[in-house]
Design a protein around this ligand. Structure first.
Ligand code: CMP
Length: 139
């Protein structure tokens, strides 16, 4: 069924002027951008967004990276949007990402891996609500 997922174009990608290139790969994969904004995340926002990873050894570095430059937060809509987005993103570690994926094409490292995408419908709803008001999403 058509549904929604949440995406972030990360600072390594915005820094290299890849917002359009990444968005084109999402669109070519059958996803529609129904909300989008470029923001500078605050430390508080980044810590809140990644709260599930708080106890992980990479948490402090992850937060520092995510606030190191602008990001583009997006809501994507399409058939099986969560899975479709995860497929086009590729594996978290670009060394393991398949040919044709965003991370294979553009990611620099497991941290600077160009994109984030929700891993379940439930998390997608939570993550969308973290950054967007309902009226900012236009399907
Ligand atoms: P993301 O989908 O945004 O969710 C958490 C992020 O932590 C992940 O993508 C990676 O970019 C980042 N990260 C950094 N180091 C690691 C690691 N060792 N294992 C998993 N994720 C990591």
């Amino acid at each position: 069924a058509a549904n929604r997922t949440f995406s972030i174009i990360k600072p390594d990608a915005t820094r290299r002027n890849l917002t359009g290139a990444v968005t084109k790969m999402l669109e070519d994969a059958g996803l529609r951008v129904v909300a989008s904004k470029r923001i500078q995340m605050t430390r508080k926002q980044a810590e809140g967004f990644y709260a599930v990873h708080k106890e992980r050894p990479f948490f402090d570095d992850l937060v520092a990276f995510m606030i190191s430059g602008p990001v583009v937060v997006q809501v994507l809509e399409g058939e099986d949007a969560v899975k479709r987005n995860r497929d086009i993103m590729g594996a978290t570690n670009p060394e393991n990402a398949a040919e044709g994926t965003i991370r294979k094409a553009h990611a620099e490292s497991i941290e600077a891996n160009s994109v984030h995408g929700s891993d379940s419908d439930e998390n997608a709803a939570t993550e969308i609500a973290f950054f967007f008001k309902p009226e900012e999403i236009v399907g």
